[in-house]
Design a protein around this ligand. Structure first.
Ligand code: SF4
Length: 498
């Protein structure tokens, strides 16, 4: 689900969107060099992609709403989810130390990684120490964030993704485009063609029937599951008081990754810790309904250290910072660390629905990506992302842990603007507007002036004007409503005289 799950199976039509997809796979280089508007342009021109995304997001949105409506105490659960995370983040240092003690007591080993590079090195060293050149991997956003697969490949170790959609993305050498449904942009005909090209198990007469495609992937993975000596997973939650790791998913692949190999390595962001076992109760209710619109997850795997003769005999937990403590230092932005990666905010976002996930150039797309990524990598390295939103607030309304995404977006936009060296035309215009709105006389004078100035451009109640140069950003995609012949105040004053 969040870290490990692909929620929908091939049987679900909206996972394998009807026809067509993004025109071209997006490379990592593109991700780092393109701003959001540049990257979004290509996606917006792909009408089929927009249809696919619109269909998929509307479907899951309606299902989620129905699943949530069943809960009489949904708002109380949301508030509990928010409060637990807030308290945990306030004492994060203590809970992390408690988690380390609990995991160690249960026979596991805890490693601390300052950044992605250190995390990848720790994992690669652990794998290499066991003399294996292939590992099985459950879906993990955190290891996407650190580019673990690339780092392992550089050490001659192949990481095999076992979540179906993640496997599709890996075989296609593309980037995930959704937190929960990484291959949301691909259709079943393309997946059939991909399997025929890359999987030796695919028969020549393979159809694009979802069950047939899933069966090929299953046969491909089965052997590897049984022979893998090292498994790698993410974590949805880690309980500080017991050292228990929780992973929720829909396919069962994560359970196989975390139980069959002799060695299990779990990579987890430091913000995933929760204080007590009882706290898990809240998240196991809000997460499935918000993400897959299910009452509970088909698979919930929980393990505490190691147990002789049962499951992996060696367990390593890698706790990674990678910018999270900087986010924690930001009083407004730190609420983003409460995210449980349900993806509900993506599915309701009008911007994501039209651009898809690749345009964000980030492991975390959609509204949560628009706030989390700039804070993790530094606002100056992703200055366009806080603007990838209409600020409609739909993300805040659905978030099961009440992250006020619009508030953080505005806060980050402020940081972007104050970090700019030159004065932008937009800032000048806003300053003038502030003065005008601050004075009734100036405001009414501007209204009269505006009525005169709009005459050559106003048609059918709209001002159809295209401003030149840097001001064009305001008019390229907007038609302003024309000023009415009379303002309300003018009408009111005239009424007094009648
Ligand atoms: S920000 Fe909220 S709605 Fe969006 S993925 Fe995170 S928990 Fe879910």
């Amino acid at each position: 689900m969040t870290e490990t799950t692909e929620p929908h199976t091939l049987a679900e039509p909206h996972t394998l969107a009807e026809p067509h997809t993004l025109a071209e796979p997006h490379t990592l280089a593109e991700h780092h060099t393109q701003s959001f508007p540049q990257a979004a342009r290509g996606a917006l021109a792909d009408t089929q992609l927009r249809r696919n995304l619109g269909h998929a997001t509307h479907t899951i949105r309606a299902k989620r709403a129905a699943a949530v409506a069943e809960m009489g105490d949904w708002e109380e659960l949301r508030e509990a989810g928010r409060a637990i995370k807030e308290r945990t983040l306030r004492h994060l240092d203590q809970y992390l130390v408690a988690l380390e003690l609990s995991v160690t007591r249960a026979g596991g080993t805890v490693h601390w990684a300052r950044d992605g590079e250190e995390c990848n090195r720790i994992v690669a060293d652990l794998v290499a120490a066991h003399g294996v050149d292939q590992v099985v991997k459950a879906k993990s956003l955190t290891t996407e964030e650190t580019r673990l697969n690339d780092a392992l490949a550089a050490r001659g170790i192949q990481a095999l993704e076992t979540d179906l959609a993640q496997l599709i993305i890996q075989l296609a050498e593309e980037e995930p485009s959704h937190i929960l449904v990484p291959a949301i942009h691909k259709n079943r005909a393309e997946i059939r063609e991909l399997f025929l090209r890359t999987l030796p198990e695919a028969p020549a007469d393979l159809s694009d029937d979802p069950h047939a495609l899933a069966e090929v992937a299953r046969r491909h993975l089965r052997e590897r599951f049984l022979s893998a000596r090292v498994g790698i997973s993410g974590a949805n939650f880690a309980v500080a008081e017991t050292g228990t790791i929780a992973v929720v998913e829909s396919e069962g692949n994560a359970r196989m990754c975390t139980t069959l190999p002799e060695v299990l390595i779990t990579v987890m962001g430091i913000e995933k810790v929760i204080p007590t076992w009882q706290d898990l109760e809240v998240y196991l209710q809000v997460l499935p309904r918000s993400s897959t619109a299910e009452r509970m997850n088909p698979y919930t795997s929980l393990w505490t250290g190691v147990r002789p003769g049962d499951g992996p005999q060696e367990f390593h937990l890698v706790l990674i910072d990678n910018g999270r403590t900087s986010v924690l230092a930001d009083e407004i932005g730190r609420q983003a660390l409460a995210c449980i990666r349900c993806s509900a905010c993506l599915n309701v976002c009008p911007v994501y629905e039209r651009t898809g996930g690749h345009a964000y150039g980030s492991t975390y797309p959609g509204p949560i990506g628009a706030i989390l990524t700039p804070m993790l990598v530094g606002v100056k390295n992703a200055p366009s992302l806080p603007y990838a939103s209409s600020l409609c607030g739909a993300c805040y309304e659905v978030c099961p842990v009440k992250i006020n995404i619009p508030e953080v977006l505005v806060h980050l936009r402020g940081q972007v603007v104050s970090g700019q060296d030159s004065v932008k035309p937009e800032a000048v215009v806003m300053n003038l507007a502030a003065r005008m709105f601050g004075s009734r006389l100036l405001y009414e004078f501007a209204q009269r002036l505006g009525r005169l100035a709009q005459r050559p451009f106003a048609r059918g109640g709209l001002i159809r004007l295209r401003l030149p140069g840097p001001l064009s950003g305001w008019t390229d995609a907007r038609d302003l409503p024309a000023l009415p012949p009379e303002s309300f105040r003018e009408w009111w004053r005239g009424r007094d005289r009648e």
